[in-house]
Design a protein around this ligand. Structure first.
Ligand SMILES: *[C@@H]1O[C@H](CO)[C@@H](O)[C@H](O)[C@H]1NC(C)=O
Ligand SMILES: *[C@@H]1O[C@H](CO)[C@@H](O)[C@H](O)[C@H]1NC(C)=O
Ligand SMILES: *[C@@H]1O[C@H](CO)[C@@H](O)[C@H](O)[C@H]1NC(C)=O
Ligand SMILES: *[C@@H]1O[C@H](CO)[C@@H](O)[C@H](O)[C@H]1NC(C)=O
Ligand SMILES: *[C@@H]1O[C@H](CO)[C@@H](O)[C@H](O)[C@H]1NC(C)=O
Ligand SMILES: *[C@@H]1O[C@H](CO)[C@@H](O)[C@H](O)[C@H]1NC(C)=O
Ligand SMILES: *[C@@H]1O[C@H](CO)[C@@H](O)[C@H](O)[C@H]1NC(C)=O
Ligand SMILES: *[C@@H]1O[C@H](CO)[C@@H](O)[C@H](O)[C@H]1NC(C)=O
Ligand SMILES: *[C@@H]1O[C@H](CO)[C@@H](O)[C@H](O)[C@H]1NC(C)=O
Ligand SMILES: *[C@@H]1O[C@H](CO)[C@@H](O)[C@H](O)[C@H]1NC(C)=O
Ligand SMILES: *[C@@H]1O[C@H](CO)[C@@H](O)[C@H](O)[C@H]1NC(C)=O
Ligand SMILES: *[C@@H]1O[C@H](CO)[C@@H](O)[C@H](O)[C@H]1NC(C)=O
Length: 669
């Protein structure tokens, strides 16, 4: 009885405690919600009641709110109602939000009730930032919403259906500094549209339908993004006005000509990747650009009066630092354009059809004259990947006196041996590029060039820090070929070369931190693994049987799958684990034992028998003794049996072994 009562009481207490804590949790939840203002993603269909009047920031995003009613939050500065179903903003809804300066209404249905909704904006006197992206708004709707937002500094209206901009579009928002109209349908911009916006600094018109820029006049803008339109040309009329332009993105368009830029600008970043530049050939395109300029403007550019000059002569004084020309149609290096880019530090001209890079003062496309003069004196990084380059200037350190990084992946480059100079002689078959004596060069990427050999002295006096030689099938690295960089090289990749041990002539690399020899035919680790302070090692897909000799004092990560490790020589696995070395592909790594593959991670739990030389000797002895005992027992048994039964019985056992038969025969005799 007593036991039963106690049980009931316990049950009651448990129940009570449970409901109590439940209640507690709820109120606590609401409390923190109110305090910490966590109202987003709550399926709210209206603005919650009882909001703390002191709120400075309110996030109601990702709910189901349709109507925006009056709220009384006099200190609110930021309000996010994005991703709701807002289609009705009550007149006066914002009248108490006297401090609101950041309003996010993205992804709603504000294309409804535009006239009445826009009345509410009249109360937002200090609004600086407004986001009305993804509301299905056309130009009229945007104009209406902006009609009384005169304090606006930053407008974001991406993903709408604006198809043209007129002088009325921003007539009432003269303070705009940033306009983002990305991903609309804009195909027309009326002249003078941006004239009233004296403070405009950033304009993003990417992903629209603009086809031409006939007269670029926005001298106040520092950042202009016109990426992913279908622009065929970009023209600035000749003027002495100084433009603030620093970043111009014209990537992913249909440009056939280099943009004709303002004479005086501050352009540092010019993005021209993924166009059709170079398709007409450099010479033709410059001539045609001159004609185009004349056609469009109805006058000659003063620079074109001299026959040699062009609309691009102003590039001489351009402070360009970064130029991206990748994925265009260049067949030769556009030297005319580059000759004077004194500040250019990064040039990407990858993924074109470049063949030979050499000087051409006569502008002829296939001139094989060398570049003798210093070209691009500030260039630090050049990306020439995926072209068809065989021949590069004979003296890279003259052409690019500060070059640090050269990416030549996917070309047909042959590095010269240390002794030879670059050869550009038609009479010899050997075309090679000298990578020696380039004292500034640090990073060299020569992947996938079909390089067959690296000879002695190939990088003499070039203090390389990283070298990528992956994907050069059957590459042979001569003994000492890398000796010149053994004290500087920190990263080396010789992956996917299908080489064997004998093709590797790696000296001891004293600074090597990352080594990648994956996808080869190595039976032993390159000797340098025993003396380099390696941090990362990739030996996947080789023919290694053990990793005994890796120095682990610095190693933090190693990739090992795809080898033929011997399960019985896997003590190195313990060492790797003890040193806390990460093996990301341990689960995919197998070792070989007799006839079966065992995953290394399962090795610890499997009871495979491994015999080394000494124990193998003992084992043999053990087996012999066992056999002797067996035979002895057999003999004894037969002897005993025979003494009691007839001879034909013995024959049934004669299958055992020759010795037992002969022995039993003896016994029978
Ligand atoms: C909101 O509604 C959806 C669909 O009815 C539901 O899956 C989700 O759990 C709800 N979220 C909250 C926070 O109530
Ligand atoms: C939203 O506002 C409209 C217009 O005032 C009104 O007709 C509708 O009933 C309101 N809906 C809700 C859910 O308050
Ligand atoms: C221009 O806009 C495109 C499209 O959004 C973007 O990918 C690119 O990074 C922008 N360019 C710059 C220089 O910001
Ligand atoms: C433009 O230059 C060409 C060649 O120099 C000349 O023949 C022509 O008259 C010039 N036209 C104008 C409008 O100046
Ligand atoms: C580039 O150089 C190679 C070797 O010198 C030559 O065979 C080829 O014709 C050259 N191509 C061009 C376009 O100059
Ligand atoms: C290459 O240029 C450097 C620097 O201008 C000069 O010292 C060197 O002699 C030149 N080498 C050749 C082979 O022309
Ligand atoms: C590199 O420079 C050394 C002397 O500094 C010179 O003997 C050698 O010829 C040069 N090699 C090349 C390929 O320019
Ligand atoms: C090693 O090189 C191969 C071939 O270039 C590459 O696929 C692999 O990702 C590299 N390994 C690491 C760890 O970066
Ligand atoms: C790798 O080299 C071996 C000979 O060393 C050759 O039989 C094999 O076909 C090569 N594999 C590839 C993918 O080139
Ligand atoms: C190793 O070989 C496998 C199978 O051929 C391949 O799928 C994998 O990408 C290779 N791993 C590396 C790092 O090359
Ligand atoms: C491992 O290193 C020892 C001495 O450091 C050397 O004798 C041995 O040949 C090396 N083994 C392998 C497989 O490289
Ligand atoms: C490896 O990690 C364990 C646990 O984090 C630590 O106790 C041990 O000292 C580490 N070993 C080494 C060699 O760093």
């Amino acid at each position: 009885m007593i036991m039963g009562r106690r049980l009931v009481m316990l049950m009651f207490m448990a129940l009570y405690a449970d409901s109590y804590s439940h209640f507690n949790k709820l109120s606590e939840d609401t409390h923190t919600r109110l305090k910490r203002n966590l109202w987003s993603q709550r399926n709210l269909s209206s603005i919650p009641l009882g909001l703390d009047e002191g709120l400075i920031k309110l996030d109601l995003s990702n709910n189901l709110i349709k109507n925006f009613t009056t709220i009384n939050l006099p200190f609110l500065e930021r309000l996010d109602v994005s991703y709701n179903h807002l289609s009705f903003i009550h007149t006066g809804a914002f009248k108490n939000l006297v401090q609101l300066h950041d309003l996010n209404l993205a992804s709603n249905s504000l294309n409804n009730n535009i006239i009445s909704n826009s009345q509410a904006f009249k109360d937002l006197h200090v609004l600086r930032s407004l986001d009305i992206s993804k509301n299905n708004l056309d130009e009229e709707a945007v104009k209406q919403y902006l009609s009384s937002a005169s304090s606006l500094d930053c407008l974001t209206a991406t993903g709408n259906v604006v198809s043209k901009l007129t002088t009325q579009s921003f007539a009432n928002t003269k303070n705009l500094r940033v306009i983002n109209l990305e991903n609309n349908l804009i195909s027309k911009i009326e002249e003078g549209t941006f004239n009233p916006l004296k403070k405009l600094a950033k304009l993003n018109l990417a992903r629209n339908n603009l086809a031409v820029i006939c007269d670029f006049k926005l001298s106040q803008v520092t950042y202009l993004n016109l990426s992913r339109n279908s622009i065929e040309f970009f023209i600035t009329h000749e003027t002495e006005e100084v433009y603030n332009l620093e970043v111009l993105d014209l990537s992913y368009n249909s440009l056939l000509y280099f943009p004709i830029l303002p004479k005086h600008n501050h352009l540092k970043y010019l993005h021209l990747q993924n166009n059709r530049l170079g398709a007409l050939g450099i010479v033709n395109s410059v001539a045609e650009a001159n004609h185009l300029y004349k056609d469009v403007t109805g006058s000659n550019h003063s620079r074109t009066e001299n026959e040699k000059d062009s609309v691009y002569s102003d590039w001489q004084i351009m402070p360009l630092v970064h130029l991206d020309l990748s994925s265009n149609h260049f067949r030769s290096f556009p030297l005319t354009m580059f000759r004077d880019l004194q500040s250019l530090e990064t040039l990407n001209i990858g993924n074109n059809c470049l063949q030979n890079i050499s000087n051409s003062n006569a502008l002829s496309e296939d001139s094989r004259t060398d570049i003798h003069n210093c070209l691009l004196p500030s260039l630090l990084h050049i990306n020439l990947k995926d072209n068809n380059i065989e021949y590069l200037s004979s003296n890279l350190s003259t052409t690019f006196p500060k070059i640090e990084t050269m990416v030549l992946k996917g070309n047909r480059v042959r590095p010269c041996s240390g002794q030879s100079f670059s050869i550009s002689d038609l009479t010899t078959d050997v075309q090679c590029i000298s990578f020696s004596n380039i004292s500034t060069l640090k990073h060299l990427d020569l992947q996938e060039n079909g390089i067959k050999t690296l000879l002695h002295g190939v990088f003499a006096n070039s203090p390389l820090v990283s070298l990528n030689l992956a994907g050069n099938k059957q590459l042979t690295i001569a003994k000492n070929a890398l000796k010149d960089v053994q004290n500087t090289l920190q990263f080396l990749s010789i992956g996917q070369n299908n080489v064997t041990d004998s093709q590797f002539g790696l000296a001891c690399m004293r600074e090597l931190r990352i080594l990648n020899v994956s996808d080869n035919n190595l039976k032993n680790l390159p000797s340098t693994t025993a003396c380099s302070p390696l941090l990362e090692l990739d030996v996947r897909n080789n023919s290694l049987t053990t990793l005994k000799n890796v120095t682990m004092s610095h190693l933090s990560i190693i990739y090992i799958s795809g080898n033929t490790f011997n399960c019985c020589q896997a003590t190195w696995l313990q060492s790797l684990k003890q040193e806390n070395v990460t093996i990301p592909d341990l689960d995919r790594t197998e070792c070989f034992h007799q006839t079966e593959f065992i995953t290394l991670s399962a090795l610890e739990n499997s009871n495979i028998m491994c015999f080394d030389k000494v124990t193998r000797g003992y084992a043999l002895l053990y087996i012999i003794i066992l056999c002797c005992v067996f035979i002895f027992v057999l003999i004894a048994t037969f002897g005993y049996t025979l003494s009691r039964t007839s001879c034909h019985f013995v024959d049934q056992y004669s299958i055992f072994s020759a010795s037992s038969i002969s022995l039993t025969n003896l016994v029978r005799d």
